[in-house]
Design a protein around this ligand. Structure first.
Ligand code: ATP
Ligand code: MG
Length: 339
């Protein structure tokens, strides 16, 4: 396949919140507001930004776990937005997600062996003996012995559970993995092991990752390129080195200033993030073709191309929205849609 594995153009997602009874109280959150990027086969693109900036929504949109409000998602040369339910179901074999919370994403009533084999069964890729063989193989691939197949998720440590989530994501031999904060829920000592596992798997199976994290340190470690997201938009995108050394957007610089550096001489001055504000819903109106909100002036937050940044919004206060974690079982494909 020539060209990018994944190409996202002008992706948008708006959520209507509030106003259950009165439509005039309804507000629209522009969770993802015109996001574009491409991912080459075998590449890792890190998507970094503060809590609530739209990272997970972007990941879920790409897998079409939620419906986009606008834009295009081309995966392996096909526009996922226009696929029928059945075609999408088939395409999902090739794209999987690893969630942040391995406990919440694994079915507590299933043994590990069944969790890993379930996608194979749903997509009818192997008979019972074949599934058992493949499960043992996948357990070995993620560094666990085959005996783990008999255990339940609550009998495992956080790191082991995340390994199971990764094994299940690999079962159908995907080309793309969206890893949504895959180590954020783990102890620091375990994080490095799981990150190293993800890097090994990428090399071994030629995987392509969209690696989502709020931690730029981890993203720089994992990624070939980095996209910085802020309030639903990508404000800066470039190679890891460009972002590390020549970041231009003030928000990227705030993130960089918090990255720990071993050499004291090379340490950056820590830039304090502007005061945090409570969660706010942005209204739907746009002034001058751009998003606007009541107490911020319209700014020219244009979409950057690779290695460029949009003009910074000098007096836009930094808005931090509190985490609203939404659970979700593994994306392991649901039952096939009716033909
Ligand atoms: N189903 C939903 N209904 C309403 N609002 C939503 C929904 N899903 C996400 N949002 C809102 O969209 C915005 C982006 O959320 P998202 O989960 O994508 O952020 P995030 O960058 O992944 O944050 P975190 O780092 O905390 O995981 C937030 O304001 C969130 O409250
Ligand atoms: Mg998230």
């Amino acid at each position: 396949m020539a060209g990018p594995l994944l190409e996202v153009q002008n992706l948008e997602k708006q959520f209507a919140v509030g106003g259950t009874w009165l439509a005039r109280h309804r507000r629209i959150i522009r969770a993802v507001d015109g996001v574009s990027f491409a991912l080459e086969p075998g590449e890792t693109l890190g998507l970094v930004g503060e809590s609530g900036c739209g990272k997970s929504t972007t990941g879920r949109l790409i897998l079409r776990l939620i419906e986009p409000s606008g834009g295009h998602i081309r995966f392996e040369g096909r526009d996922l937005v226009t696929l029928s339910a059945r075609e999408l179901w088939a395409a999902r074999q090739r794209m999987q997600i690893v969630f942040q919370d391995p406990f919440g994403s694994l079915n507590p009533r299933m043994r590990v062996g069944r969790i890993i084999a379930e996608p194979l069964q749903i997509y009818a890729q192997a008979d019972a003996a074949g599934r058992r063989r493949r499960t043992a193989e996948l357990l070995e691939v993620v560094g666990l012995n085959p005996g783990f197949a008999e255990r339940y998720p609550h009998e495992l440590s956080g790191g082991q559970r995340q390994r199971i989530g990764i094994a299940a994501a690999l079962a159908l031999q995907p080309s793309l993995i969206v890893a949504d904060e895959p180590v954020s829920a783990l102890d620091v000592s375990i994080q490095a092991q799981v990150l190293n596992l993800l890097m090994d798997l990428r090399r071994r199976f030629g995987l392509t990752y969209l690696f989502i994290s709020h931690d730029l340190h981890v993203v720089l470690h994992m990624s070939d390129r980095v996209a910085v997201m802020y309030l639903g938009e990508i404000v800066e995108i470039g190679s890891r080195d460009t972002i590390h050394r020549e970041a231009k957007h003030p928000y990227t610089q705030v993130l960089l200033s918090a990255v720990p550096v071993a050499d004291p001489a090379a340490r950056r001055e820590r830039i304090a993030p502007p005061p945090t504000r409570p969660h706010r819903v942005r209204p739907t109106e746009r002034r001058g073709g751009r998003r606007s909100s009541p107490d911020t002036p319209p700014t020219e937050l244009g979409r950057p191309s690779v290695g460029e940044v949009a003009a910074p919004p000098p007096d836009t206060p930094h808005r931090v929205r509190p985490t609203e974690r939404r659970g979700g079982r593994r994306s392991s494909p649901d039952t096939p849609p009716p033909s």
